[in-house]
Write a protein that binds this ligand. Structure first.
Ligand code: SAJ
Length: 436
């Protein structure tokens, strides 16, 4: 492939030169960072252990909604983007950014991905280089978990020999307003010199950086952001259930309350929370409180309880709706629209659709799903993946709108569905439409 190689830019900060950038993890977070760093003039190695991802990137294919194939081809065309699974390519890096998953395992943080990334990077650390953790994690991770691994592998000292800091990711899939470049980026360092290099790096990538008091403040700020959403979504989910029982239109309540120009921020009821953040990150915070303080985060526990039970509530509502039509769930055809964790995303991680489908399957429903955005999805129960057409809609005893993607013919849905449960209040009122 003929490359047009532009002069790399990078920057110099005192004796520290920052040019070769390695991004460990090329997923929803890492690939956008890599693309932006290439665009900003850095030499970028996009490292991932998943060889299928690397093969896609080497062939100019993107697997992330917000990054097009053309973006990848353009990055390759500069001659300054190298996707690889080969750790030798990490040699001589100036700055390493860790963007790997932080899932839960049996209700506790699974630090294996961060450990693996730190161990790989630790083998290639040289004096004067910089390491930044972006993965969402409990406060203290950067300095008490990542730092010691880097020191152990390199024989060098954090701060004295190399820089270290934390800069939480805030990438919101499908958000075309707040792109990576437009979203203010929190930066932090284990010391002033680390903060200076890390802030200078991100100042080349985003419109605005915001320095935190330290890495722990930055780590907790990220968890506050996501826990804030998790708790407030749980609040409106609980209100929605009780308002319905009281015959009150919760959607109108939220719309009316939103007229308050200060001290209020609308959140909306739904079938539950999905994605790799809200169902997980707040539990990192509560786990840390329990481990370090012997206490719990009551807010997180209540929010988890309410949000985790929303799929079951949706199943109850479908059962009640079919019952009103003198139909048992058992043997009824139920079509679920949208299985991604949120609209206009191809990501089905932790999607609440799974809880809904498993609950309906347990009651004997004959299940079908339609989601043109999600190519691979397995709910762990028998179901058909179907096209959205008149025959499927007319044959369904119930249609459940879980995720309201754009580019769906909702007119067709309302015209042909006999009973529609809209969990997102996306559809206009109609006699066959019920809201959560
Ligand atoms: N949801 C509701 N009601 C609401 C808002 C959201 O039910 O009012 C549901 C959504 O349907 C979804 C879940 O909550 O299932 C979470 O959606 P979200 O938009 O609140 O947040 P996320 O999980 O999409 O967070 C994304 C994440 N970015 C990536 O996945 C790469 C996360 O890393 C970011 O921290 C986050 O955006 C952000 O910073 O806003």
């Amino acid at each position: 492939m003929g490359h047009t190689t532009y002069a790399p830019v990078g920057f110099q900060l005192g004796r520290v030169r920052v040019q070769k950038t390695i991004i460990i993890g090329q997923g929803y977070v890492g690939l956008p960072v890599a693309m932006r760093a290439v665009e900003a003039g850095f030499d970028v190695v996009g490292f991932d252990l998943d060889k299928a991802k690397i093969a896609d990137l080497e062939n100019g294919r993107s697997y992330i909604d917000d990054i097009t194939d053309a973006d990848v081809v353009a990055a390759l065309g500069t001659g300054r983007f190298r996707p690889t699974s080969d750790a030798e390519s990490l040699d001589g890096f100036d700055i390493a950014v860790i963007t790997v998953p932080t899932p839960l395992r049996d209700g506790a943080p699974d630090m294996s991905y961060i450990r693996s990334a730190a161990e790989i990077i630790g083998e290639h650390i040289t004096p004067g280089c910089t390491v930044v953790l972006e993965s969402t994690t409990y406060p203290g991770t950067t300095e008490t978990f990542v730092g010691p691994i880097l020191e152990d592998r390199s024989g060098l000292a954090v701060g004295a020999d190399f820089h270290l800091g934390f800069s939480p990711e805030r990438i919101d899939p499908g958000n075309t307003t707040w792109t990576f470049e437009k979203t203010p980026k929190i930066v932090s360092g284990v010391d002033a010199a680390s903060l200076e290099v890390i802030q200078a790096f991100y100042d080349q990538l985003v419109d605005r950086t915001v320095s935190a008091g330290g890495t722990r403040e930055a780590e907790m700020a990220k968890l506050l952001e996501n826990t804030f959403r998790h708790v407030n979504i749980a609040l409106v989910n609980e209100l929605a259930i009780n308002a319905k029982a009281l015959g009150i239109d919760i959607w109108n309540v939220i719309e009316t309350a939103s007229s308050k120009p200060f001290g209020f921020m609308p959140f909306y009821p739904g079938p539950g929370v999905g994605g790799h953040c809200l169902p997980i990150d707040p539990t990192y915070l509560s786990w840390q409180f329990e481990r370090e303080l012997g206490t719990v985060s009551r807010f997180v526990k209540i929010a988890n309880d309410i949000n985790d039970n929303m799929p079951g509530h949706v199943v109850d509502r479908v059962q009640a709706g079919l019952n009103q039509r003198r139909k048992p769930v058992n043997g009824s055809k139920v079509l679920v629209l949208g299985v991604a964790y949120k609209p206009n995303s191809n990501d089905a991680r932790e999607t609440p659709a799974t809880g809904v489908l498993r609950g309906l399957a347990a009651l004997g429903a004959d299940l079908a799903v339609h989601d043109a955005w999600v190519t691979e999805y397995d709910a762990g129960v028998e179901l058909r993946h179907v096209a959205l057409d008149e025959s499927e809609l007319a044959a369904a005893d119930a249609v459940v709108l879980i995720t309201n993607h754009r580019d769906v013919d909702y007119e067709l849905v309302v015209r042909h569905a006999s009973y529609l449960l809209d969990t997102r209040h996306h559809l206009s009122p109609a006699e066959n439409v019920e809201y959560l």
